[in-house]
Ligand binder design. Structure first.
Ligand SMILES: *Cc1c(COP(=O)(O)O)cnc(C)c1O
Length: 379
């Protein structure tokens, strides 16, 4: 294990404490933030918000993008806009960051947990199909009904884990045949392609996060992307307090949200977007070095799946068992290298313990064995 620590310290040219993923500010960040301050437009209106939305839309190949206060709020609004409410259930994977499941709860809907694939770490189309064949039926309104609960399965939220895409084309095809809307949790996968198409652009809506630990950051922020003009307009409206345009009166036509991204944050985002491709290229070089290092080891380095071009946002290892994994976590953290286990399964957390679950063998296998290692961009 000491040779792993040596290798990582060599990669980053430091013996100081190494965080898992720290941001890099090497471009116009200060310039644009100063411009935003000088313009006095620091808050919810300003040119950087629009510019940031246009840049992300263009990069991800979507027609429209709506910036929000964070990735979680973008997920919440996306689910709401595809019609998720208290009468609904939403299929997702148990192996994900808590925000995915929380967003479902914010809509007062219930999550259903379906297993992931071992090689993508994302929702398994095969397991999804099996679940739907056993439990789903389409009613006279065209809604997909869960026969075991009589609730509507309205949406499915696959997640592209650590920047590796799941088999999203197959998932969308299955969901289409059951009238289930796909909201892609692409929070971790800006810069990732599957079969040549950017993640987040396969489903009805896709969501990216710009939290401080993501591949680029706005300090805190999120965005939803879609090709559906109506949905994009609705998203802008309800994330900005549902205010109706009027020269001097306050009129709001429904309960809206204050989920806006500030112009200051967007200024940071525009500067970061200018370097996104460079960061992705560097992450892929770093991943290649890890891959070579672990080639003949007992520890498996997680490589991008077939048909994928991953952003390698977080590098990850699979250990042969939980014991070895836990020993590695302890050793590295004791020696100044921050490493983290993958998430505990959502269905094992208190608030989701009663959720319906399919067989989750792959998720459990990974939950016991996966670790994230140093992944800051090396310039
Ligand atoms: C980061 C992340 C989010 C959103 O997080 P915010 O901190 O709210 O921006 C959502 N889902 C996943 C899988 C994430 O990793």
């Amino acid at each position: 294990m000491h040779n792993v620590v040596d290798f990582i310290q060599e990669l980053y040219q430091t013996k100081e404490f190494l965080p898992l993923h720290e941001p890099r500010f090497i471009g116009n960040e200060k310039k644009y933030i100063n411009e935003a301050i000088d313009s006095t437009f620091v808050s919810s209106v300003g040119k950087y918000v629009t510019q940031f939305e246009e840049m992300v839309a263009k990069f991800s190949g979507a027609k429209y993008a709506v910036a929000t206060s964070n990735g979680t709020s973008a997920l919440h609004i996306s689910l709401k806009l595809v019609g998720v409410d208290e009468s609904c259930e939403v299929i997702t994977q148990p192996l994900t960051f808590i925000a995915t499941a929380n967003a479902i709860s914010y809509c007062n809907a219930k999550p259903i947990f379906v297993d992931v694939d071992r090689e993508t770490l994302g929702l398994s189309p095969l397991k999804l199909k099996e679940f739907l064949e056993e439990f789903a039926t389409i009613d006279e309104n065209g809604d997909c009904i869960n026969k075991s609960t009589n609730k509507i399965i309205k949406a499915c939220v696959p997640m592209h884990t650590f920047g590796h895409p799941c088999k999203i084309d197959e998932i969308v095809a299955i969901c289409d045949s059951y009238n289930i809307a796909v909201v892609e949790d692409a929070a971790e996968s800006l810069g990732t392609y599957y079969k040549g198409k950017h993640t987040g652009s396969f489903g009805k809506v896709g969501v990216f996060s710009f939290n401080g630990n993501k591949i680029i950051t706005t300090g805190g922020g999120g965005i939803l992307v879609t090709d559906d003009e109506e949905l994009a307009k609705r998203a802008k409206h309800i994330t900005t307090t549902a205010k109706v345009a009027h020269p001097y009166e306050y009129i709001h036509d429904e309960v809206g949200y204050n989920y806006r991204l500030t112009n200051l944050a967007a200024a940071l985002g525009v500067a970061q977007m200018e370097n996104l491709q460079l960061f992705v290229d560097k992450q892929r070089e770093l991943a290649q070095k890890y891959e070579n290092f672990f080639k003949d080891s007992e520890i498996e380095f997680i490589k991008e799946p077939q048909d994928a071009k991953s952003n390698y946002w977080l590098n990850a290892l699979i250990f042969k068992d939980k014991q070895t994994r836990d020993a590695f976590l302890k050793y590295t953290n004791d020696n100044g290298i921050m490493t983290r286990s993958i998430w505990r399964l959502m269905n094992q957390l208190d608030m989701f313990k009663d959720a319906q679950c399919a067989n989750l063998d792959n998720s459990q296998y990974l939950a016991d064995r996966v670790v994230n290692i140093s992944s800051s961009v090396v310039l």
